[in-house]
Design a protein around this ligand. Structure first.
Ligand code: PAF
Length: 285
């Protein structure tokens, strides 16, 4: 397994792979791996001849009050886990490679980033789409894999790839959960023991929304109210949003007619957790 820190070296390596007819699969990450990351890599392994991942905690997607400084890191552990999955290259660039002096260019995907986390984390998606576009130009992948847990992020990346004519396939894969239903997230380590049960309010409220849908409820407001009431029944929770949106536009919908997703962001103690469920899909909880 190669570890590459330089943009130029990665570009040259990817170019040589492409010239020899190899298919490059790419998984961008911010490190501190859990099983969710590993499942993205396993999917990447299936989709390409060479699997490149990146580990880079991207400063431009964090707000001034967010956890950039204390975002968890453990490169040695990540390196070992990547090796076990069969990753071929880790791109591990320093900030000076990604945002050199005089850096001025950003990508703003409009529309799909206006709602949900776009409202509560201003500038977040601008940072995400910018870094992903840069990473795509550096790694030159044929296919890239993202988790559906960050549903709006996936929608924004898909939109950007279409709108900017990037020659790249974007694959979304299902959320990986703990046995009790909690969606895997690097931020779960912020949960104190007494908050762990409250964190289950997210996945359990999705299960409730699924049941309401399966019993014929199609009024978004009614499902949202039930989900909110359910979450508020747990201590230590503070709802950021509970919305039901069209899966392509990410705009709120009143009635569940097109393909829709219920998306949640809830603060549990210091952790801000997100989760979602696309109506009609399975939910293994
Ligand atoms: O989902 C993440 O971990 C990050 O937002 C990403 C896609 C690696 C961009 O920094």
């Amino acid at each position: 397994m190669k570890i590459i820190k330089s943009v130029k070296e990665m570009q040259e390596f990817s170019e040589s792979l492409r010239n020899s007819g190899k298919k490059i699969a790419f998984v961008p990450t911010m490190g501190y791996f859990h099983r969710g990351h590993l499942s993205l890599m396993e999917e990447g392994k299936k989709l390409g001849d060479c699997l490149v991942i990146s580990i880079y905690v991207n400063p431009t997607q964090f707000g001034p009050e967010e956890d950039l400084e204390k975002y968890p890191k453990d490169f040695e552990r990540d390196r070992k886990l990547s090796e076990d999955v069969g990753v071929d290259v880790i791109l591990y660039p320093p900030n000076s490679e990604m945002y050199p002096e005089h850096y001025q260019t950003f990508i703003d995907v409009e529309g799909v980033t206006n709602n949900l986390c776009g409202l509560s984390r201003p500038g977040h998606f601008r940072g995400v789409t910018t870094i992903c576009a840069k990473l795509f130009n550096i790694v030159k992948p044929h296919v890239t894999v993202f988790g559906k847990k960050d549903f709006q992020q996936l929608a924004a990346i898909k939109r950007m790839v279409i709108d900017l004519n990037m020659d790249l396939e974007v694959v979304g894969i299902p959320t990986v959960r703990e046995a009790d239903g909690l969606a895997m997230s690097s931020r779960n380590i912020y949960l104190k023991e007494v908050e762990r049960e409250s964190a289950l309010s997210l996945s359990r409220s999705l299960k409730l929304a699924k049941e309401l849908y399966e019993n014929g409820e199609r009024n978004a407001g009614k499902i949202i109210d039930e989900a909110k009431k359910f979450i508020e029944g747990y201590p230590h929770t503070k709802i950021d949003y509970v919305n039901i949106c069209d899966t392509i536009t990410m705009e709120d919908t009143e009635y569940l007619e097109s393909e829709t997703v219920i998306a949640l962001a809830v603060r549990v103690g210091k952790a801000r957790l997100i989760d979602n469920y696309v109506f009609g899909e399975p939910l293994d909880i």
